[in-house]
Design a protein around this ligand. Sequence first.
Ligand code: NCD
Ligand code: ZN
Length: 343
Amino acid sequence: MTTLTLARPDDWHLHLRDGAMMRAVLPWTARDFGRAIIMPNLVPPIVTGAQAGAYRDRILAALPEGSAFEPLMTLYLTEDTDADDVAAAHASGLVKAVKLYPAGATTNSASGVTNFDNVRLVLDRMAEIGLPLCVHGEVTDHDVDIFDREAVFIDRTLDPIRKATPGLRVVMEHITTSNAVDYARAQDDSLGATITTHHLVINRNHILAGGIKPHYYCLPVAKREEHRLALRAAATSGEARFFLGTDSAPHTDANKLLPCGCAGCFTAPNTLPILAQVFEEDGALDRLEAFTSKNGPAFYGLPVNADTITLTKTAPDLPGHIDTEDGAVTVFDPGFDLTWSVQ
Ligand code: NCD
Ligand code: ZN
């Protein structure tokens, strides 16, 4: 196969940041993707409908001329979130999901949730109106090993929340373990799970063996090879509950290459060439479109994008880093030469 046409993909988990960084990274997503779920972990976070509306306007203003890219906004759940404000932002069509960060789990998550009793009314309201909860699924307890934090979260937090809030639609975001794959598979269709590009490619050895590689450090951190293989099997299965959320999370090299460097892989420019190669390697090119373009809209109750993109079997001409006014941002290096290009 040398060309592949897909309904235009969407990205169901994306960090666009703001200001100069947003202006530099947004064109890369807008080039290949029709829509993206925009993460609200700015400083300060996007908590209210009014803040989400203003952020959406800034994104639209930064789009390249003629781009039809549509940002799908989210609200950052705090213990002070107002259920009426959430419901109004959803009813107006502005907000497509609410994001749950356990306090302290990742970049800019300090305003997240510590006591889940304090968000119960908001979650009940979301279940009532059919607004999905996107979950960063890691416990933050210092006594839990970082490689176990996702699996422990499922038992300790996620499953109890779902049982206490029947009907709540939940996205397990950026899953990294076979435990998460197994849990997702055992649930009804109120549960979806996103998988990133980089977690299909790297395991923890890529970060730690033969010298530390800060550009491969992200959260949730990549796990053992057996987990990567479980994610590959899930993504390439075509099953409706699994869809693409790149978690493309740009940080300047200056902020990555520190004694305490930031977490995040920047995959917006090369996600589709990487995915085409991954799916081809696994004999699943015919299921790529389900993962990138069909399963996500179905979960969110949105139409599949009407236009298409075409990939061709030629080495892409992509940068190793992009320049921003804040400094260089390194593009995720999959560690192999890419063979597919977006036309
Ligand atoms: C994200 C970021 O930089 O905002 N980092 C990451 O490693 N994925 C935050 C997140 O989604 O956890
Ligand atoms: Zn993220």
